[in-house]
Design a protein around this ligand. Structure first.
Ligand SMILES: C[S@@+](CC[C@H](N)C(=O)[O-])C[C@H]1O[C@@H](n2cnc3c(N)ncnc32)[C@H](O)[C@@H]1O
Length: 227
């Protein structure tokens, strides 16, 4: 567990506001919708603020049009201690719900690397074409292969919110093969490496804009949400 910094609070606010708009629309049209996180965290911050899985669960539980809809929540986290805390936090939030909400909202918590566990799970449940929101909120990585975003983006009713922080690539990738390869996988090409020729004050913005442009490539249906 760690302190929730203002940056994270802003991200949580963005997530909450977006899901508040997204959930009722989809719940009014579909019987089953899914929410998944690849980097779920502990579900709580040091001063008791809720983590993203708890925030999302509460939005869905409160969404208008929810009856008699069903909701599948899949959470993946690789740190064993955070998984334990997350299980506890999700039990707490479920215990606060009334009527049949906990029965209709299943929560599946997995311990391990999000990739390939999360996409495999999404494929296996046969719900890839169904409405789904996926939060890929790593520490900034880059950890998310662009090929995964493309796979998810081929399903128009899937939405993905991905955290991207340029700092790691601008600071450490120029002289490190492994780090550069992570960047190549995240962007799906090597074009981003042009950032190494830029002046320092422009690197951060340039890489962020390039990542946005990557997400908007015509072949993908991905929608870009950035923070
Ligand atoms: C930024 S935190 C997530 C915060 C959470 N989404 C929230 O807003 O409350 C990133 C989390 O991803 C986990 N993590 C890092 N690498 C991972 C991986 N490859 N697969 C799954 N989880 C990972 C870390 O242990 C950490 O808990």
């Amino acid at each position: 567990m760690w302190e929730r910094d203002p940056h994270t609070a802003a991200k949580h606010n963005l997530l909450q506001q977006y899901l508040k708009a997204w959930a009722p629309i989809l719940m009014s049209r579909h019987d089953v919708i899914s929410y998944a996180e690849g980097f779920a965290g502990a579900g709580v911050y040091k001063r008791g603020e809720p983590g993203s899985p708890v925030i999302a669960y509460e939005v869905f539980a409160d969404a208008p049009h929810r009856l008699p809809k069903r909701m599948r929540v899949t959470l993946v986290e690789e740190d064993a201690r955070r998984v334990k805390e997350l299980q506890h936090q999700m039990e707490l939030v479920r215990s606060r719900q009334t009527d049949s909400i906990p029965q209709r909202m299943t929560v599946d918590i997995r311990h391990g690397d999000f990739h390939p566990a999360l996409p495999q799970k999404l494929r296996n449940t046969g719900a890839l074409g169904k409405p789904r929101f996926v939060l890929l909120d790593s520490f900034g990585g880059p950890d998310i292969p662009f090929s995964l975003l493309q796979e998810l983006g081929h399903h128009p009713r899937t939405e993905v919110m991905v955290t991207f922080e340029p700092a790691f690539l601008t600071r450490f990738a120029e002289n490190h093969d492994g780090h550069r390869q992570l960047g190549d996988a995240a962007f799906g090409s090597q074009q981003w490496q042009a950032v190494f020729q830029q002046l320092s004050p422009h690197k951060f913005t340039s890489l962020r804009e390039q990542y946005r442009a990557t997400l908007r490539q015509p072949a993908s249906h991905t929608r870009c949400t950035s923070k």
